[in-house]
Ligand binder design. Structure first.
Ligand code: ZN
Length: 433
């Protein structure tokens, strides 16, 4: 049964699209405020406070879903974390319901952002929204504060028309997407609400994600033997001891890219290893005593985290065995942060077809399905039996410098959400305007 067939359709697309456009100024203002809140790991709360206020201004009654360490650690789907999450909360808000008979929905986004990578390389201050023509620059503008703005925008537009869905629709602004996905997981664990679908407005423009890789973060500690550089032969440099380990990990990456399973066989180099952070040594004239580095590698859907850990550990053990020092002083591998599997949903799932049709009615082009080489919070829903996909604004340079989002695509995403809610949930007059 395709969405919309048994739903009232008298609410015209044009009325929905215009109501979204009427919210444009308020939406842009919210994006500016959100970008100005540097919601990196541990600093999410000012962003969540803005989201509470934005939900209230949309006529909703937001509530917190606090992170619960015990519940998260008890879940087989959580990722390990060494940092303090006490006081952290997701913020959720339910749209009013105007009747029954529709399908329920979660609209979801994350408020946390990665760091600016290098402030010096930005043309504009990273935590200030700067508009140039149709582009808005700023860290998180695309990934994914514009997506949160679209979720708020659709709530505002429906309210302005006095419309409400015929099934529960919950809006979610979560933390910890960029490090574990435990924010989204907490939303699923904390609620008895089992929505019929979830749409995440990550910046995937014009295409619907139905497959995503898993991600494993691992951290390697190497101990050397510090001596004065004048007698370097008596010591072991921990930084240089890391080089053969990094080289071996890149050989593992190459092996993983040799024969990708579908749909990743259509992507050049789907599995990426990143050495994202390294630290070591404390003096130019002292042979480095310690070196630690942090890595990210991807897993194909169907591969378990345990499988990937075994591949990583075997790779490190073999490279160490070939080195006279590391053979006796093997590197220590730690896991902290992402440890999650890939997911896939059917390309012809009703959610996918209905969302694609909504996109086509607005833009004239159906949204094809795609596989992504990144992980997203869609995982937490799919792992609990809830179909979930991403579709969102057009962004560039996410996680890079001069990140930006194309403003008309934010409006378009919001309009697609409005059409989709009408088709998926049904809409009826039911509210005082
Ligand atoms: Zn994101």
């Amino acid at each position: 049964m395709l969405g919309g067939s048994n739903m009232p359709t008298e609410i015209a697309d044009a009325a929905l699209a215009e109501a979204v456009v009427a919210e444009s100024a308020a939406m842009e203002d919210l994006l500016r405020q959100l970008v100005a809140a540097p919601t990196t790991l541990g600093n999410e709360e000012p962003g969540q406070e803005l989201m509470r206020e934005a939900f209230r201004e949309a006529g909703l009654d937001p509530r917190d879903v606090p992170l619960d360490v015990e519940a998260l650690r008890a879940s087989p789907f959580s990722s390990p974390f060494s940092w303090d999450v006490s006081g952290k909360a997701n913020v959720v808000a339910d749209l009013p319901v105007a009747g029954e008979g529709g399908r329920s929905l979660v609209l979801h986004g994350h408020v946390d952002v990665v760091g600016p990578a290098s402030e010096r390389l930005w043309r504009t201050p990273p935590f200030e929204a700067v508009r140039e023509g149709d582009w808005i620059y700023g860290r998180g503008a695309g990934d994914m504060k514009a997506g949160l703005v679209a979720i708020v925008g659709v709530a505002r537009a429906l309210r302005s028309l006095g419309l409400a869905p015929l099934a529960p629709v919950q809006l979610q602004s979560v933390v910890e997407e960029e490090c574990t996905g435990n924010g989204a997981l907490q939303c699923v664990l904390s609620s008895s609400f089992q929505p019929d679908a979830a749409v995440i407005t990550e910046p995937f423009p014009g295409a619907i994600t139905t497959s995503q890789i898993g991600v494993l973060w691992f951290h390697i500690d190497i101990a050397g033997t510090p001596v004065h550089v004048g007698e370097a032969g008596a010591g072991v440099n921990a930084i240089e001891a890391a080089f053969p380990i990094v080289a071996a990990l890149h050989r593992l990456e190459a092996e993983l890219n040799e024969a990708p399973p579908a749909p990743y066989d259509e992507i050049t180099h789907p599995i990426n290893l990143n050495i994202g952070v390294i630290s070591g040594g404390d003096w130019p004239s002292t042979v480095a005593a310690e070196c630690s580095f942090s890595c990210r590698i991807a897993l194909y859907p169907g591969m378990t985290v345990a499988d990937m850990k075994a591949r990583v550990e075997t790779t490190i053990a073999r490279a160490s065995a070939a080195d006279s020092y590391l053979a006796k002083h093997p590197p220590v591998v730690r896991y902290d942060g992402f440890a999650c599997e890939g997911i896939t949903i059917p390309d012809d799932a009703p959610l996918v077809r209905t969302l694609s049709t909504a996109h086509e009615r607005l833009t004239g082009a159906a949204a094809p399905t795609m596989a992504t080489t990144a992980t997203t919070d869609a995982r937490a829903f799919v792992q609990h039996g809830i179909p979930a996909v991403c579709l969102g604004p057009h962004a560039e340079a996410i996680h890079g410098v001069n990140e930006r989002v194309l403003w008309p695509s934010v409006i378009q995403t919001t309009q697609v959400l409005a059409f989709f809610i009408r088709d998926w949930c049904g809409l009826a007059q039911g509210l005082a305007q």
